[in-house]
Design a binder for this molecule. Structure first.
Ligand code: GDP
Ligand code: MG
Length: 178
């Protein structure tokens, strides 16, 4: 719709060490000197405009899931405030994949009756020799959890742009069908 503001709050969740902050840094454009569109709103909050399918969207990305200083309330907060979620695991760490399933269930419980867009993200796809979770397993998990799936590598910046475009598309699909 034309009227609704196209500003989406996207939250990164997942086990410590899977690459959430690395993905956030790429989103923030830390690594690309040409585009300085990103505004850093806080230590772990980034805002930038993205052009997706010819339409502009503003994404506010929250990377505060691992913020230990703030205590446990921050996770409850994260579960409540997202318009969309990126549940990240590392393809080199099966425990993080299992954790991703737990988080999906937690999220469903926290936001009952809401059809929240989620992408299950298998990060570190560059580490082929250390792979513990196959692409097929990731995909199957996403089917069970009724969400999208993508493998990314923050290290070599593979599929990261596609990830952020993908989450914008998922939010739009739901908004447009209302
Ligand atoms: P977070 O705890 O989820 O925020 O994870 P970080 O972004 O801090 O990453 C944890 C570690 O994994 C760091 O040493 C990163 O450099 C590394 N890392 C993150 N993403 C990738 C990736 O795609 N490939 C590889 N090889 N290493 C990564
Ligand atoms: Mg981090």
């Amino acid at each position: 719709s034309e009227s609704g503001s196209s500003c989406y709050r996207v939250v990164l969740i997942g086990e410590h060490g899977v690459g959430k902050s690395s993905l956030a840094n790429i989103f923030a454009g830390v690594h690309d000197s040409i585009d300085s569109d990103c505004e850093v709103l806080g230590e772990d909050t980034y805002e930038r405009a993205l052009m997706v399918d010819g339409e502009s969207a503003t994404v506010i990305l929250l990377d505060m899931w691992d913020n230990k200083h703030e205590g446990e309330w921050i996770r409850d907060h994260c579960m409540q405030v997202g318009d969309a979620y990126l549940i990240v695991y590392s393809i080199t760490d099966r425990a993080s994949f299992e954790k991703a399933s737990e988080l999906r269930i937690q999220l469903r419980r926290a936001r009952q009756k809401e059809d929240i867009p989620i992408i299950l993200v298998g990060n570190k796809s560059d580490l082929v020799r250390c792979r513990e979770v196959s692409v097929a397993e990731g995909r199957a998990c996403a089917v069970v959890f009724d969400c999208k799936f993508i493998e990314t590598s923050a290290a070599v910046q593979h599929n990261v742009k596609e990830l952020f475009e993908g989450i914008v598309r998922q939010v739009r699909l739901r908004r447009d069908s209302k």
